[in-house]
Design a protein around this ligand. Structure first.
Ligand code: ADP
Length: 203
């Protein structure tokens, strides 16, 4: 298994780059933001609870998100690996993820961390808000709250993986294609040969 965390502040391009990475490498995309929005649109109890936090730009409580991820990991026993997007977002989530993967006798292979300046991410999110239909993308004070949550709680997740020497910083400003190429170089360096063969066969 090859497991990758795509890391970075809100609006740093994780969703856009995830789509390109899974297309090339055949990993299972696991975005907690997408999973939560799907719970909201189906009006599940989990979705209704999560929405209260998301509407304020706050993180959803760890136990809610960890339970959700654990279910998806268990439901995909044979996949060639996961691309985690928007998760883990707190140190507690990172520790829980490490344990979940340990049960499967695997680990996080690398964290690729996109670096984008604050001015740029606010502009990108406001632009996305015009078409995304996401209420948390339309309001500058909610966007600022999300950035504050990132600084207060999420940045520490990179330190967690830094102690295991798993973090690679990637300049996240430029064209989508340029950034993808930088990410891809790091993935190709690390992906096991057997899985590279499988992804080429799928091309
Ligand atoms: P972005 O990265 O642009 O903020 P996401 O779709 O990843 O967008 O997240 C949207 C919102 O969903 C977050 O602001 C937060 O409220 C909630 N959320 C997503 N992932 C997590 C997580 N791992 N832990 C807690 N809350 C989360």
């Amino acid at each position: 298994m090859f497991n990758l965390i795509l890391f970075g502040p809100p609006g740093s391009g994780k969703g856009t780059q995830s789509a390109k990475i899974i297309e090339k490498h055949g990993l299972k995309h696991l975005s907690t933001g997408d999973l939560l929005r799907s719970e909201i649109s189906r009006q599940t109890a989990l979705g209704i609870e999560a929405k209260k936090f998301m509407d304020k730009g706050e993180l959803v409580p760890d136990e809610v998100v960890i339970g959700m991820i654990s279910t998806v990991i268990d439901a995909n026993p044979t996949c060639s690996g996961f691309l985690f997007d928007g998760f883990p977002r707190t140190s507690a989530q990172a520790e829980a993820l490490d344990k979940l993967l340990e049960f499967k006798k695997c680990t996080i292979n690398v964290m690729l961390a996109l670096e984008v300046g604050e001015e740029e991410i606010v502009q990108r999110i406001l632009l996305r808000g015009k078409t995304s239909g996401r209420s948390d993308d339309n309001n500058e004070s909610i966007i600022k709250a999300r950035i504050k949550e990132y600084k207060d709680k999420t940045e520490a997740v990179a330190d967690h993986y830094r102690q295991f020497d798993k973090v690679v910083m990637i300049e996240g400003e430029g064209t989508v294609e340029e950034i993808f190429e930088k990410l891809d170089v790091e993935i190709v360096k690390r992906i096991p040969a057997k899985e590279q063969e499988a992804s080429t066969l799928n091309d």
